[in-house]
Design a protein around this ligand. Structure first.
Ligand SMILES: [Zn+2]
Length: 306
C-alpha cells in the first residue's frame, strides 16, 4: 500500500509520566483511529465536553508550552513534543486518551514518544494523505522576533535561529528538511532553561514537575545536567521540534518553507492564524504518488531511529 496514504497506529500505546508545569502524574493511551479523523485528545478523567482538537484556533496559552482548550474550557497543555513526534512519524489519525490536564514531559524531548509509537507500529489506510500547500509568503515581525512561511516545491524546510545573551547558548542556527533529513537530533533534543530564570518560572506557577531529568539547565557557561548535551545544536534543535509540533495544529502536514528567528509557540500560532485567515494563502490537497515524485515521509527517518 502507498506510503502516501494516511497512517494510524497498529496497536494502542500507553505512556505514563509527570507534567512539566502541573507536576501531576498522567497517563496517556494513544489509540488507532479511522482515516480523516485526525489527532484528537480525550480527557478521560472528565465525563462531559472531554474532546479537545489540537487545532491552532484552540490554542489558548503559549507561555512556555502549547495549551489547547475546547469550548467548555477543558484543556490539555504541553502538547507540542507529542505532536512533533506524531508529525515526524507521519501519523495522521490517533485518539489520545489522557487522564489529566498535561501531556507528560518524559525526558523533555520527543524521543520516548517516538520509540513507543514505533513499537506500537504504524498501519496504513487506503485514504490519501492531505497536505497544506503554501501559496503566498506570510510574515510576522514583532520586536526582534520574526517568522515567515513561504511556498516550497515538495518539502517542509525549517530555518531557525535563536540568540541568547547567555555565553553558553549564544546564537544557534539550524536548517532542516523535515521530510528527508535524519530527524534524530531534532527528536532527541530536550527543553531548556537558564538557571537564573527558574525562580521566575516557578513564581508563574509553572515547571512544578521540572527537574534535571526533563530539562537542560544552563548555568556558569555550561549545563548542570550530567552527561552534557545530546548534540551540538540541542537548544535550537529543540526549538525546531517545538515548531514542528506547533505546525501540526494546522491539522495536516505542510509543504512550505519556514524562517524563524527568536520565535516560539506564540509566534508559530500567530503565523498559522494569519495564514489561514485568507484562503488565497494556502490550498489543501490530496497527495498521490503520481503527482508527488518523492515521498513525504522518508523511510530513513524510521530507520535511523528504530
Ligand atoms: Zn519544547
Amino acid at each position: 500500500m502507498s506510503s502516501l496514504n494516511q497512517k494510524t497506529l497498529k496497536n494502542s500505546v500507553e505512556i505514563e509520566g509527570i507534567g512539566l508545569h502541573s507536576g501531576k502524574n498522567v497517563k496517556l493511551l494513544i489509540k488507532p483511529s479511522e482515516p480523516d479523523t485526525g489527532i484528537v485528545f480525550k480527557r478521560v478523567d472528565l465525563k462531559n465536553n472531554n474532546l479537545i482538537l489540537p487545532n491552532f484556533l484552540n490554542v489558548t496559552n503559549t507561555s512556555l508550552n502549547t495549551t489547547i482548550s475546547n469550548e467548555a474550557g477543558v484543556k490539555v497543555s504541553t502538547i507540542e513534543h507529542l505532536m512533533g513526534a506524531l508529525f515526524c512519524l507521519g501519523i495522521d489519525n490517533a485518539l489520545i486518551e489522557i487522564n489529566n490536564e498535561e501531556v507528560p514531559i518524559l525526558d523533555g524531548s520527543a524521543i520516548e514518544f517516538v520509540d513507543k509509537l514505533l513499537v506500537a507500529g504504524l498501519k496504513t489506510s487506503n485514504k490519501a494523505i492531505k497536505i497544506i500547500k503554501i501559496n503566498k509568503k506570510i510574515e510576522i515581525q514583532e520586536d526582534e522576533k520574526n517568522i515567515s512561511i513561504e511556498p516550497s516545491k515538495l518539502s517542509l524546510d525549517i530555518d531557525f535561529e535563536i540568540s541568547f545573551k547567555d555565553d553558553f547558548i549564544k546564537t544557534q542556527k539550524n536548517k532542516i528538511n523535515v521530510y528527508s533529513d535524519d530527524l534524530k537530533d531534532i527528536l532527541n533534543s530536550r527543553t531548556f532553561c537558564l538557571y537564573e530564570d527558574i525562580e521566575k518560572i516557578k513564581k508563574m506557577g509553572l515547571a512544578k514537575g521540572g527537574s534535571l531529568r526533563n530539562a537542560i539547565v544552563v548555568k556558569d557557561n555550561g549545563i548542570v545536567n550530567e552527561g552534557g548535551l545530546r548534540n551540538s545544536k540541542e537548544f535550537v534543535n529543540h526549538k525546531i521540534l517545538d515548531c514542528i509540533g506547533d505546525l501540526y495544529t494546522s491539522g495536516y502536514r505542510i509543504i512550505g518553507k519556514i524562517n524563524c528567528s527568536q520565535g516560539g509557540h506564540y509566534l508559530t500560532n500567530k503565523i498559522l492564524r494569519k495564514l489561514f485567515s485568507d484562503n488565497k494563502n494556502f490550498s489543501i490537497k490530496e497527495i498521490k504518488e503520481r503527482n508527488l515524485p518523492n515521498t513525504i515521509i522518508d523511510k530513513s527517518i524510521l530507520r535511523s531511529i528504530a
